[in-house]
Unconditional design. Structure first.
Length: 324
C-alpha cells in the first residue's frame, strides 16, 4: 500500500491584489534623479553656446563674405578672403615671428617647469612658501608684466642695457633686431607662465605612489634614475595637457608684443608682428572683418595641426607608466 501526500493549497482569496499607485512625489523624485545632473551642467553649455559657439559659427560665415560692418550685411565671395590673407607678405612674416616666439618661450618654459616642480616635490623647508611664490608672476596682470619688461629691455635707458654698459659690454638693440625682440617677448611669457605650469606638474608628481620611489631606492636607483624611470613616465597625461595648452597660448600671444612698445604695431619693420597683432590690425585698423575672420580661422587650423603633432610626438617620447 502506498500513501500519496497532497500539497496544501492556499485558501481562496475573495479579491485580487490592487495595483501599486505611484504618487506624484515619487514620480518627481525619479525625474529629479534623471534630469537634475543635466540641469546642473546646463549653465556652462548655455553660456558657451551664447559667447563661444555662436561667435565661432558667425566668424566662419563672414570669413566667406565681403562684410560691411555698418550695414551688418555682406556679399558672398567664397575663399577670396583666405587667398588674400595667404598672398600677403605680412602674414608670412607674422607667422614666422609667432613660431619663433612660441619656440623660444614654450620649450624653455616647459623644461624649467619640470625642473622646478621636481625640486618642489622634494622634502624641502617652507614648501608652501616656495609653491605659492612660483605662482606670483601668474597672478600679475599681463599688461603690468609687459610694461615692466618693456622698460627693462629698453634700447637706450633699459635696466638690462645699463647693466651691460656698466660691465663694458655692447648694448643690445632689443626693439630694432628681430631676434633680440623675440628673446625679450619670450622672457615675458616665460616669467608669467612658468609658475602656472610648475604647479600643474607638481600636482601630478605628488599623485605618483611613493612606494615606487621606495622600491627604486632599495634597488639602488639614484634620484636621476628615479626621475627618468618613474616620474617622467607618470607625467605623460599631464605633459600632454601642458604642452597642448602652451601651444594654444603661445600661438595666440597678443598682450606681450602689443605692449612691447608704445605703438603696438609689431615694430617699424614688423620685427615682432604676430598673427594676433596682424588680425587685430586687419579687424580694427582696416575695419575689414571678413579678412580678420578668415585669418582667425587660419590661425585655428594652424593651432589644431600643431596640437595634433605635439600630441603624437609626446605620446612617442614619453613612455607609459610601468612599460619598463
Amino acid at each position: 500500500m502506498t500513501a500519496t501526500a497532497t500539497r496544501p493549497t492556499a485558501p481562496p482569496t475573495s479579491r485580487q491584489r490592487a495595483p501599486r499607485v505611484i504618487s506624484f512625489s515619487q514620480r518627481l523624485s525619479r525625474w529629479d534623479l534623471k534630469v537634475s545632473p543635466y540641469l546642473y551642467i546646463s549653465p556652462f553649455f548655455i553660456m558657451f553656446a551664447i559667447v563661444g559657439l555662436f561667435p565661432i559659427a558667425f566668424t566662419a560665415v563672414i570669413s566667406f563674405m565681403d562684410w560691411d560692418l555698418v550695414r551688418n550685411s555682406g556679399e558672398f565671395i567664397g575663399f577670396d578672403q583666405y587667398l588674400w590673407i595667404l598672398g600677403q607678405q605680412q602674414f608670412w612674416t607674422a607667422l614666422r615671428n609667432t613660431f619663433t616666439i612660441f619656440l623660444l618661450s614654450s620649450v624653455p618654459q616647459l623644461i624649467a617647469a619640470v625642473f622646478i616642480a621636481a625640486m618642489l616635490d622634494r622634502n624641502i623647508r617652507a614648501k608652501t612658501f616656495w609653491r605659492m611664490g612660483v605662482l606670483v608672476p601668474f597672478v600679475m596682470a599681463p599688461v603690468a608684466v609687459a610694461l615692466i619688461f618693456s622698460n627693462m629691455f629698453g634700447d637706450n635707458h633699459g635696466l638690462v642695457n645699463n647693466v651691460l654698459t656698466n660691465i663694458g659690454l655692447t648694448p643690445i638693440p632689443w626693439h630694432k633686431d628681430a631676434f633680440w625682440s623675440h628673446i625679450a617677448i619670450a622672457t615675458m611669457v616665460n616669467f608669467r607662465w612658468t609658475g602656472y605650469n610648475t604647479l600643474i606638474l607638481l600636482a601630478a608628481m605628488q599623485a605618483v605612489p611613493r612606494d615606487y620611489y621606495e622600491a627604486a631606492t632599495v634597488d639602488g636607483a639614484g634620484p636621476l634614475r628615479q626621475f627618468w624611470s618613474i616620474t617622467l613616465p607618470s607625467l605623460k597625461p599631464t605633459l600632454i595637457f601642458v604642452i597642448i595648452t602652451s601651444t594654444i597660448g603661445g600661438l595666440q600671444i597678443f598682450d606681450e608684443p602689443r605692449m612691447f612698445d608704445q605703438f603696438g604695431r609689431g615694430g617699424a619693420a614688423q620685427q615682432w608682428l604676430t598673427i594676433t597683432l596682424y588680425l587685430y590690425d586687419i579687424g580694427w585698423g582696416q575695419w575689414n572683418f571678413g579678412r580678420a575672420a578668415a585669418l582667425a580661422w587660419i590661425l585655428f587650423l594652424i593651432i589644431l595641426l600643431i596640437g595634433l603633432i605635439n600630441l603624437l610626438v609626446t605620446r612617442r617620447l614619453v613612455r607609459d607608466e610601468g612599460r619598463r
